[in-house]
Design a protein around this ligand. Structure first.
Ligand code: TXA
Ligand code: MG
Length: 340
């Protein structure tokens, strides 16, 4: 199959492909999504094939207006309207009890459904043009870093889907915050740029799932099935190093000497005191957690393009948006953290 590269002028064509059961890579403010008609089980099952995604990992359903929500869920918990006032459209996904029109392919057999109203004008335009809600996971091959540019989607999906619509680079760079309202206290399942503090300002106290920063123990059931898989990993080996600037530089320089300077990269802060002697990738200033979120996935993909074999990442802060960055980074590194 030839995968067409569409532009912002082709919203109608994207809508037509989706209505006809096709798959389109679409820009959102977080990462690119791989979209299909959420009400068409056959179209949705093609998403799983294209990504190589495990069947038991449910998808997020994307809507463009609040009026599209009601038919998709068993009932709308009143607090959803409070969340809507503050965060929608935007990078927040809310899990609710599903209505019978949600196909099993979307919910992976659960009785809940994840809903998000993206803020990206092209994403909203494509949903409107399709005239149906869109199921869309991140548009990467399962296990790889999420795509933040159309060329990343092409790299992973060329020949497997009908089209990719190029909307430029994504603003946020990490996926939406996921919260479930199906527990007694609302629970954060995946951190994003909307932080626990932001959510607590609307919801009061929330719980944070253990898997957000921890490793799942053997046999433990993931509340959000996506959290149990190896995730966000480039081909390169990713190692997180928790140390001050000087120790980090010395340690990585020594490792790069053994491994090959041109095969070793360091992802470091721009305002770092000392820099190791290897390929340097800029992660933004140390206290700029939004820059870390924006750059993480694209830098990991860049390292693969340059055939780098090992990437040492100077450990960022876990607070605020940093919680989302660390959540992705720990999985990309398969929890390899060296503390000096
Ligand atoms: O920003 C985003 O959320 C992007 C863009 C494209 O919208 N989408 C995205 O989708 O990141 P995906 O499939 O890569 O991640 C969805 C996450 C997974 O961890 C999945 O397990 C979880 O949401 N999820 C979806 N439906 C769920 C449900 N009913 N219950 C619990 N977790 C759910
Ligand atoms: Mg994903």
């Amino acid at each position: 199959m030839e995968t067409k590269l569409l532009t912002s002028k082709d919203i109608d064509e994207a809508g037509r492909i989706l209505r006809n059961g096709g798959l389109v890579g679409i820009p959102t403010e977080t990462v690119y999504g791989l979209a299909a008609n959420a009400l068409d089980g056959r179209a949705v099952s093609r998403i799983f094939e294209a990504k190589g995604r495990p069947q038991d990992n449910p998808l997020i359903v994307h809507i463009s207006e609040i009026g599209e929500l009601e038919p998709l869920v068993a009932f709308v918990p009143p607090v959803v309207y409070d969340l809507y006032d503050v965060f929608w459209p935007g990078p927040l996904t809310i899990i609710m009890e599903k209505s019978p029109i949600i196909p099993d392919e979307v919910s992976a057999g659960l009785d809940t459904v994840a809903i998000r109203m993206p803020s990206h004008p092209l994403a909203r335009g494509i949903i409107k043009s399709a005239g149906v809600p869109l199921a869309a996971p991140s548009a990467n091959i399962s296990g790889k870093p999420s795509p933040t540019e159309a060329c990343h989607v092409m790299h992973d999906m060329n020949g497997k889907i009908e089209a990719v619509l190029d909307g430029g680079r994504c603003d946020v760079g990490v996926e939406s915050t996921v919260i479930t309202l199906c527990t007694r206290t609302p629970k954060l399942l995946r951190p994003g740029v909307i932080t626990p503090d932001d959510l607590e300002a609307v919801l009061g106290k929330i719980d944070i799932d253990d898997a957000v920063l921890g490793m799942l123990k053997d046999g433990e059931r993931a509340a959000s099935p996506g959290m149990k898989y190896k995730h966000y990993s480039p081909n390169a080996d990713v190692i997180v190093v928790d140390a001050d600037s000087k120790l980090f530089a010395e340690f990585v320089t020594e490792r790069a000497y053994e491994n090959g300077k041109d095969k070793t990269a360091a992802l470091i802060f721009d305002d770092e005191g000392e820099k190791p002697n290897c390929i340097i990738k800029s992660f933004g200033n140390k206290n700029d957690d939004k820059a870390h979120a924006n750059k993480l996935f694209s830098l990991l993909r860049e390292c693969d393009d340059e055939h780098i074999s090992t990437v040492y990442v100077h450990c960022p802060s876990k607070s605020g948006v940093g919680l989302a960055v660390m959540n992705r980074l720990l999985r990309a590194a398969e929890y390899k953290v060296i503390k000096l």
